[in-house]
Design a protein around this ligand. Structure first.
Ligand code: NAP
Length: 282
């Protein structure tokens, strides 16, 4: 199986365009073994970017990730997120230490503000500087930031330089960012990380056009939905799959190149935005 295509972070490091999500993992101890196995299967297939958050299962998902990557740390790019109420310098330092412990690693690869809260962005940037300086994190980023939030960030000293990505909702059904946020990020050579790329599994039960395009590629609707999300450079998709069958299926999406005809047919059923839409979030 060929390697998964990669995209470049500011600074030159590359990451695969298909990773793995972990929301709703770590909630049920009876499912833990399967969740760990699914993540490991994904790593073996090259989906080595793993996304988690202190919020998921109240730290439980980070523990599952910690177990899955034990003995494989060097192969994996670990992304985790902190709550907006922890976005001050002091609280970020403490939240980061807790995440490191649960993940059982020395350093987080990419640390994201989960969504914007009350804490001024300047304080959060200072918190990121502390953690970067202490080598507890390698990169900093944000999540659920619309263009006006990114603009505000960019006006702060070091704002846009420091922030290497923005993780947002993006899939065929929710493509508002095609209008403005995605071009904004591309212009600044910052990839977005697309969450809920298969609309929480709903695109698996798809009808009409996804099925038709899938048949042409000897693929499945989910694979087409994922191939669409990563169709152009600058987007990383992080489908969550606890079922190993889903993990393998998702990996297959990385090898599909959609044609002009595919994209036109998908545009007809999932029309691109014709103007600004406020950023949607979960
Ligand atoms: P998603 O990845 O679009 O969908 C996950 C659901 O789809 C699961 O129920 C999964 O089932 C199912 N699924 C996955 N692959 C499938 C396949 N090939 N065929 C059929 N069903 C399939 O939604 P998500 O979990 O909301 O988003 C992905 C990740 O993004 C999250 O896990 C999380 O890490 C991140 N996220 C971030 C934010 C944020 O605010 N930053 C918000 C939401 C999500 P099984 O588990 O049974 O395989």
């Amino acid at each position: 199986m060929p390697r998964i295509r990669s995209t470049t972070l500011p600074g030159g490091e590359t990451v695969p365009v298909l990773g793995q999500g972990t929301w709703r993992m770590g909630e049920d101890p009876n499912k833990r073994k399967d969740e760990v196995a699914a993540l490991r299967a994904g790593i073996e297939l090259g989906m080595t970017l793993i996304d988690t958050a202190e919020m998921y299962a109240d730290g439980g998902a980070e523990r599952v990730v910690g177990e899955a990557i034990a003995g494989r740390r060097d192969q994996v790019f670990v992304v985790t997120k902190f709550y907006p109420q922890n976005a001050t310098r002091e609280r970020m330092a403490a939240a980061c230490d807790r995440s490191l412990r649960r993940l059982n690693i020395e350093q987080i690869d990419l640390y994201l503000l989960h969504w914007r809260g009350e804490v001024p962005l300047k304080a959060t940037l200072a918190g990121f500087d502390d953690l970067l300086g202490a080598r507890k994190i390698r990169y900093a980023g944000v999540s659920n930031f619309d263009v006006d939030d990114m603009e505000e960030l960019a006006r702060l000293k070091g704002g846009v330089e420091r922030i290497v990505t923005n993780q947002v909702l993006y899939n065929l059904e929710r493509r508002g960012i095609d209008w403005d946020l995605l071009p904004w990020m591309r212009k600044r050579h910052r990839p977005i990380i697309a969450y809920s790329p298969v609309e929480e599994g709903l695109l698996a039960h798809a009808q009409h056009v996804l099925k038709r395009v899938a048949e042409r590629h000897d693929a499945t609707p989910v694979q087409i939905a994922l191939a669409w999300v990563v169709r152009e450079d600058g987007v990383i998709a992080i489908p969550k799959a606890a079922d190993p069958k889903h993990v393998r299926e998702n990996r297959g999406a990385a090898d599909i190149k959609l044609t002009k005809r595919d994209l036109e047919e998908l545009d007809e059923s999932f029309p691109p935005p014709e103007g600004k839409k406020p950023l949607e979030m979960r």
